[in-house]
Design a protein around this ligand. Structure first.
Ligand code: AHG
Ligand code: MN
Ligand code: MN
Length: 339
């Protein structure tokens, strides 16, 4: 267990490695750590609440699920707002970004955060892992003024930190500040995260592909061709198919075991489904920091200049050699790049 280093200790010890080490980013990461424990506690009780709920109200299951999405959003928003540690928040669950005034309405906090508070939430009612994803940038507008949309519309390669929490068989917080990827596992008995997975690296090759193959008929030809390649009988193929339906969990498994996650464009979702700012950019930053790759099939995800807060893009993310192979197939259909 790496001499039992806790997340709190790790954040303090590594503050100096960060180029703008005023301590603000450390406090921000500590706030995420706190909010994640609160959400973890609630997610763990979801089944119990269900049992109690169905006894009294036949409708409670659907309502509860919806509540958990909203609940996770509220916990992260409230924690970050109360601690006045960011100057703005954009959440997948909010229509627009939220301006945080800060102490004495000074607007002098440096960072904005973008979050997917509960990823894979449709999995809650069947006891399958869900997650939280976050992405942090330095604001580009001057300190002392309210944040604007411009502060959130930055390409992913300007992220200063990104990470996720996976509420799984054990709960883990995995993050990067640009110096590799570190994974911490929660000891639920005492509510403390310990460094369990230092310096996580994607295997360069893998034998897992993860995508919703049910939509095969709607996929672009490049994706169909790559899938055929994955399923061919060769020395190291066919690959295994694994798809949980929670990006966080699918990504986490692939990062540890080696694999590729794909959510392509389709005739049903012409821009793809996953959101650039809350899902694709943070995962792309983590992937690259772990030696993997992230592409929209043609371009590096981290170089896409966002145009909309809730913008969707296709994503191919995972082990380097697998993503590059998928890109080779996509390159045969350059006209599909104009999604
Ligand atoms: P969210 O719950 O935040 O809306 O995200 C769900 C996403 C992602 O986690 C998952 O990989 C994908 O949706 C699954 O989509 P399909 O059901 O279309 O496969
Ligand atoms: Mn999501
Ligand atoms: Mn979500």
């Amino acid at each position: 267990m790496n001499n039992h280093i806790t997340l709190g200790e790790y954040i303090i010890d590594n503050q100096k490695d960060f180029q703008y080490s005023s301590g603000e980013l450390s406090l921000l990461l500590s706030s995420i750590r706190l909010a994640s424990k609160v959400v973890n506690h609630e997610v763990n009780k979801a089944g119990l609440v269900d049992i109690l709920g169905t006894a009294g109200n036949t409708n409670i299951q659907g309502e509860d699920q919806q509540k958990l999405d909203v609940y996770a959003n509220e916990v992260f928003m409230r924690t970050l707002i109360n601690r006045e540690i960011v100057c703005g928040i954009a959440s997948e669950e909010e229509d627009d970004f939220v301006i945080i005034e800060g102490k004495n309405k000074s607007h002098d906090n440096k960072y904005v955060i973008l979050i997917d508070p509960l990823d894979g939430s449709s999995n809650v009612d069947v006891n399958v892992s869900v997650g939280t994803i976050f992405s942090i940038y330095r604001r580009v507008t001057p300190l002392g003024t309210p944040v604007t949309k411009e502060d959130f519309m930055q390409p992913g390669n300007l992220q200063v930190a990104a990470g996720y929490v996976v509420y799984g068989t054990s709960t883990m917080l995995v993050y990067t500040t640009g110096n590799g990827v570190q994974g911490f596992t929660l000891n639920p008995a005492i509510g403390v995260y310990y460094l369990s997975h230092p310096n996580i690296k994607f295997p360069e090759d893998g034998n897992i592909y993860s995508l919703n193959e049910g939509y095969y008929i709607h996929f672009p030809q490049g994706v169909k061709d790559y899938l055929k390649y994955c399923q061919e009988e060769e020395e190291d193929r066919p690959y295994s198919a694994r798809y949980i339906g929670s990006l966080v969990s699918d990504f986490h498994r692939n990062m540890i075991k080696g694999g590729i996650y794909i959510y392509p464009t389709s005739s049903k979702a012409p821009q793809g489904k996953l959101r650039l700012l809350y899902e694709c950019n943070p995962m792309a930053f983590l992937a690259e920091q772990a030696g993997g790759e992230a592409s929209d099939g043609y371009r590096r995800i981290l170089e896409i200049k966002p145009t909309e807060l809730h913008q969707r893009v296709p994503i191919f993310v995972g082990s380097k050699n697998m993503v590059n192979k998928a890109k080779e197939f996509m390159a045969n259909y350059p006209e599909d790049a104009k999604y």
